[in-house]
Design a protein around this ligand. Sequence first.
Ligand code: GDP
Ligand code: MG
Length: 436
Amino acid sequence: LTQKFQQIFDRLGRRGVLTEADVDAALREIRLALLEADVHYTVVRDFLARVRERAVGAEVLRSLTPAQQVVKIVYEELVKTLGSPAPLHLAGSPPHGVMLVGLQGSGKTTTAAKLALRMRKAGQRPLLVAADVYRPAAIDQLELLGKQLNIPVYREGPEANPVDIARRAMRFARDHGHTLVILDTAGRLHIDEEMMAELEAIRAAIRPEEILLVVDAMTGQDAVRAAEAFHRRLSLTGLILTKLDGDARGGAAISIRAVTGVPIKFIGVGEKPDQLEPFQPERLASRILGMGDVLALIERAQEAVEAEKAAEMARKLSRAEFTLEDFREQLRMLRKMGPLSQLLELLPGYGQMARMLSPEEADRQFKRIEAIINSMTPEERRNPEILNASRKRRIARGSGTTVQEVNQLLNEFRQLQRLMKQMKAGRGGFPFPFFR
Ligand code: GDP
Ligand code: MG
C-alpha cells in the first residue's frame, strides 16, 4: 500500500519544491497586482509575508510551473483572507432589523431595495424604511423602488427625526406582520460626528441584528478609512460591496476585511434590483488578482480531475487553434465538475450568459450545443469555415435545432476562439504567462 501511495505521490509531485528564488520572483509580480488592485500596502505586506512562509519549500505539482504553484498558494491564501460566504444573521423573534450605513453614493438605497427583494424570495416579509431624511429625493428614490418591487416603504414627513422614524417603523412592522425591517440611513460625503451620533442613536433605539456597511468598490483607499471609522463607532456585522460590475478590481475588500474583520455578505453587480449576489471569496480573489477567472477554473479542474487532465485542459484553453471538437470535449469535462451554470461563469466570455440563465436553462443550452456539434462531420468541426447554407440546414435537421441556432453557436464559438487568442497573447491583465 505504501508503495502505491508513493507511486501516486511521484506522479503528482515530483517536480521538486519551491525555492526562495521561485517564490520571491513570483511574489514581486503578485505584489504589483495587489497594489494595482488598490489593496492597502500594509495589508499587502502582511499578506505576502504569510504567503511566503507557506510557499517556500512547498511541493510543486507536476502540471504546474513554480510560478503557477506560487499563484495557486497566493490565491488560496487570498480566499482564506476574504473569508467564507456569510448569510444574514437573523436571530431572535421577528421583526429583524437590518441597518444599512455608508457614505453618500455608496449604494445604500439601491442595496436596501435589492436586499428586500432577495429576502422576500427567501420567505421574509420585508419593510423598507426611509431614514435618510436630509435629502427628500432619497425618500422618493426608495419609495419608487418599493413601488416597482411591490415592497412597502415606511416614511414620515420631513420634520421627523431618523431615530423616531426607526423606532416607529419597527412598531409598524410588528403590527403589520413584517418579518424584516431594512433601514436606509443617511450618508455624507465624509464621515462626521453628527452622522455617527445619529447612527449610534438609531442603533441604540432598535437594536438591529445586522449593521451592514455598504461600500463602493471603486473608492479604494478612502473606503478603508471610512470602514474603520464606521466599525469603531457602530460595531459593524457585515459588509456589502457595490459596483463590482464596473472596472474596480475590488482590492479594497481585502483591506476592509483586514481592518474590520467583519464578513463580506453580499456584492452588488449592477443597478437593477436583482443584481445583488451572495459573496463568493473565490470569485473576488481571482478578480483581485486580475487573471480573469482562469485560475478558478484550474482550481476546480484540479479538484475534480487529476492534475494531468487539468494541465491538458489548460493547454487547450490557451491554445489558439481551439476547435469545435475541443469545445465539445471541454464542455463535457466541465459538466462532470459541477452545475453547468456555475462553471460557465468561470469560462471567459460566458459569465454574462450564465448569469442570465437558470441552471435548467443552462443545461438545455449545453445539450443543444452538444447536439449541434455532434451533427457535424469531423471535418466541419475542425474547419467550420466550410459550413455553407446547405450544410447548416443538414446540421440543424440532424440536431433538432434551427439554422439560426447553428449560426448562433458558431458566433459564440468564434468569440470564444478570439478570447483564447487574446489570452494567449497575454492580454487580460494577468501579470505573467500563466500557461506555458
Ligand atoms: P446611496 O447614496 O448610498 O443611497 O446610494 P444609491 O443607492 O443612491 O446609489 C448611488 C448610485 O450608485 C446609483 O446611481 C445606483 O444606481 C448606483 N449603484 C448602486 N449599486 C450599484 C451596483 O452594484 N452597480 C452599479 N453599476 N451601480 C450601482
Ligand atoms: Mg440613499
